[in-house]
Design a protein around this ligand. Structure first.
Ligand SMILES: [Mn+2]
Length: 349
């Protein structure tokens, strides 16, 4: 396991100097953020990130994410240009030494939560999802002033309604077809560049506002991996995204896909399933619904040797900053992950 940490670039209140002091830290997970989705990343921007990362004594090996333009997901004729740009970005980051690219294929909304600062009993705050709150928010209702945190602020309400309406014309099978089209063009380039593509599951792992969501469980991941028979075509195992449905056996999936050599990146975090949805919690098993030890053990036993990062953290100790991406609780998560893997590896000897 190679420990990594997400960093949002020079604007991030969490600095590389903070991150390098977390024990065992190996690699930074970052992206070029100042270029619109779908465009080619300037070589200078990539080189700058690499230089900053390496000057901090860390590796520049994981990108999260190279986002997929909506026209690719919608299967519009303009996708040709965006797929070409996507392939060019793979080549450019590979030139800079990147080994793994995390991406997702979620229509419009990416991750969805209803509150970013829900107070837990210990006074920390975390991201939560309550279905009753989601049900009150309808992006197609022009009178609704409600929005959800995490929604792409670059859309006006009218644009959002328009793009949601486009997706509402699509069936899940259409989205699968568009995903297949994308994969068949992108993976050969990744192969050539020896970059491991790692799709992130949909978060949460069910349909929202009638929009199709397709990477949600074991069956769909099996189908996804079947789209292209090559090790460069793989997944990011996000335990929190899969774990917010009690139907997903995350331990089983961790072992199965690690054994197949298809997990290139793991987001390790815990969630607590509650009556009306889920709450993000501290990483420790006893703080949520997932057995983090069993997941780490399954990855190890399956021969996993990819990148791992602590995923969202709570806000603790009065820290202010990007919800889910503060320093303190993610550093605690990293330390916990170190402990799990050290114990698992030593117990085996
Ligand atoms: Mn994740």
């Amino acid at each position: 396991m190679k420990l990594s940490f997400r960093w949002y670039g020079p604007e991030d209140p969490v600095t590389l100097n903070h991150i390098r002091q977390i024990p065992g830290m190996d690699s930074i997970v970052t992206a070029v953020y100042d270029v619109p989705v779908g465009e080619v990343w300037p070589r200078e921007s990539i080189a700058k990130l690499k230089k900053q990362t390496e000057e901090a004594g860390l590796h520049f090996e994981v990108i999260e994410s190279v986002p997929v333009h909506e026209d690719i997901k919608l299967g519009k004729p303009t996708r040709e240009k965006y797929i070409e740009n996507y392939c060019e970005n793979i080549r450019r980051v590979a030139e800079a030494g990147v080994k793994c690219i995390c991406y997702n294929f979620m229509p419009v909304f990416d991750w969805t939560r209803t509150q970013l600062d829900h107070e837990l009993p210990d006074g920390s705050t975390s991201l939560v999802y309550y279905q009753s709150q989601v049900d009150q928010v309808n992006p197609l209702n022009g009178d609704s002033d409600l929005t959800l945190p995490g929604w792409d602020a670059s859309y006006t309400r009218e644009e959002l309604a328009a793009v949601v309406a486009e997706y509402n014309q699509m069936r899940s099978e259409d989205l699968w077809e568009n995903l297949r089209y994308f994969i068949e063009r992108v993976i050969p380039v990744a192969k050539e560049c020896d970059v491991y593509m790692a799709i992130h599951e949909d978060d949460p792992c069910w349909s929202i506002f009638g929009l199709p969501r397709i990477i949600v469980d074991e069956k769909s991941i099996d189908r996804f991996l079947g789209l292209y028979d090559d090790v460069h075509h793989g997944i990011t195992l996000c335990t929190g995204s899969l774990g917010c449905s009690a139907k997903n056996d995350v331990v089983k999936m961790a072992y199965k896909y690690a054994k197949m050599g298809r997990i290139h990146f793991a987001h390790l975090r815990n969630v607590a399933l509650v009556e009306d949805g889920f709450e993000e919690r501290a990483h420790l098993s006893s703080c949520g619904s997932l057995d983090m030890y069993a997941i780490a053990k399954a990855l190890h036993d399956g021969g996993f040797n990819g990148y791992v990062r602590p995923d969202h953290g709570r806000m603790i100790w009065g820290e202010k900053g990007r919800a889910g991406y503060g320093l303190f609780d993610r550093a605690l998560g990293a330390t916990y992950i170190n402990g799990l893997f050290e114990a698992i590896e030593k117990a085996e000897k």
